[in-house]
Design a protein around this ligand. Structure first.
Ligand code: UDP
Length: 425
């Protein structure tokens, strides 16, 4: 099958770089797994660098295509809406010029790319599948009132996109519920959770050094943005004696400064640590590659996850794959990937006391940590590989491509396949 992955805002080539986040990991891994299954995959990203080649071979069967739309420079996603028409039209022109390159199915990642995919398929119809990777309505509810001062058109456009797409791929039951509140038809929604690279994130392998032996290590990972709740963890650390907090991750992917020292969120966190008297137990590492990150997980006693809002959350799965238990706020997909008291501990969102208590208790109980670790490894290997995600996506693609070629009589078969998909995930 010829598959177009439209990911204008997150290129797999940016993975491990200073602005990489969950979408980079997701798109890269899905593309690679689909290519390995024998599909012909093109990932369309926005051209951000005038010197980049038009097309780059990424992995067997997968190419990254740099599409010109707007300035050839990195731009925060919230400035890219006016460019998505040009991006979509550039794809349509490409596919019209070379019908051999035209895809059987278009899978867009993130709402902006979804809009581009609709433009690209407006004249020459192709089924469009959308993965949102976060919804404005859920984000707005979870974030403090002053966080998103300017609501903008995103929520409305996400609703429109959901009604026009042939399928919406959600990553959790929580996301399905949010989509339902937005008015997206349940029959158009399937659940395919993200996976984890179980060859990179392994329990054995090199581990990062302990600069301060004797301290238990709490790790937290993600871009330096307030909504990741690193500030909550710094506060919690006050009540977790004998432990250090390592923060791995780069600057805000939307607006990266040149280095970590210049990052306002990094400075705010270090100041907060000093205020709470834990400055000597907080360390910020900056962005690292996936391989280095695996070493940080392996060196840690627990992964702490305190986001105020998290559509899915890859880092708990990565930690679990490395045999590291997770203590997390029960938000979004995390409440489904982490099993409370089996692979980690879930606490109510924004409850710093509960977070501190759970960390203290788990760090003081090695037997429980070991039992969580082995359950976590089993859970990831049996349910969260990228191969499994790609196999489920392939079934979605087959359903929608079949649906455009055949008549409505096939609808019931489609519905039952979807039910099955959501049941297994
Ligand atoms: N990541 C990385 N290097 C870093 C920090 C994070 O490669 O220094 C990756 C991490 O492995 C994970 C992703 O970035 O795959 C973060 O995804 P998550 O879903 O946890 O958060 P998001 O960035 O989407 O908010």
């Amino acid at each position: 099958m010829r598959i177009a992955l439209v990911s204008a805002q997150a290129s797999p080539l940016g993975l491990g770089g200073p602005v990489a986040g969950g979408r980079h990991t997701h798109v890269a891994a899905v593309a690679k797994a689909l290519g390995a299954m024998g599909h012909d995959v093109s990932v369309y990203v926005r051209r951000e660098d005038g010197t980049a080649p038009a097309s780059v071979q990424f992995s067997p069967g997968v190419s990254i295509e740099h599409v010109p739309a707007g300035p050839e420079a990195p731009l925060p996603p919230d400035e890219q809406l006016p460019l998505m028409g040009d991006f979509g039209r550039a794809l349509a022109a490409r596919w019209a010029e070379d019908p051999g390159a035209a895809p059987d199915v278009v899978h867009a990642h993130f709402w902006l790319s979804g809009l581009a995919a609709l433009t690209a398929t407006a004249d020459v119809r192709r089924p469009v599948v959308v993965s949102y990777h976060g919804l404005a309505s859920a984000e707005r509810r979870a974030l403090p009132a002053d966080h998103n001062a300017k609501p903008g058109p995103r929520a409305g456009l996400e609703r429109t996109l959901g009604s026009l797409a042939d399928r919406v791929v959600a990553q959790s039951e929580d996301e399905v519920a949010e989509l339902g509140r937005m008015g997206v038809r349940r029959a158009a929604t399937v659940i395919v959770p993200s996976g984890v690279d179980v060859e990179v994130f392994t329990p054995t392998g090199p581990a990062a050094d302990h600069r301060r032996p004797g301290l238990r290590r709490i790790l937290t990972v993600g871009p330096l943005v307030a909504r990741k709740g690193f500030g909550d963890l710094v506060e919690a650390l006050r009540r977790v004696p004998g432990a250090e907090l390592i923060v791995v991750g780069g600057s805000d992917p939307a607006r990266p400064p040149r280095d970590l020292d210049a990052d306002p969120e990094a400075r705010r966190l270090l100041q907060l640590a000093d205020t709470h008297g834990v400055g000597d137990r907080v360390r910020m590492v900056g962005a690292v590659t996936q391989e280095e990150l695996a070493g940080w997980y392996r060196s840690s006693d627990v992964l702490a996850c305190a986001p105020w809002y998290e559509p899915f959350g890859l880092t708990p799965l990565e930690a679990m794959a490395c045999g590291v238990p997770v203590v997390a706020y029960e938000v979004g997909g995390i409440g489904e990937s982490v099993i409370d008291n089996v692979t980690g501990v879930l606490v109510p969102p924004r409850d710093v006391n509960a977070m501190a208590g759970a960390l203290r208790a788990l760090l003081g109980d090695e037997v429980r940590r070991m039992s969580f670790a082995s359950a976590a490894i089993d859970r990831v290997r049996s349910r969260y590989t990228w191969e499994r995600a790609a196999t489920e996506l392939e079934r979605v693609y087959r359903t929608v491509t079949g649906a455009t070629e055949s008549d409505a009589a096939e609808e019931p078969a489609e519905a039952s396949e979807e039910d099955e998909l959501s049941e297994v995930s």
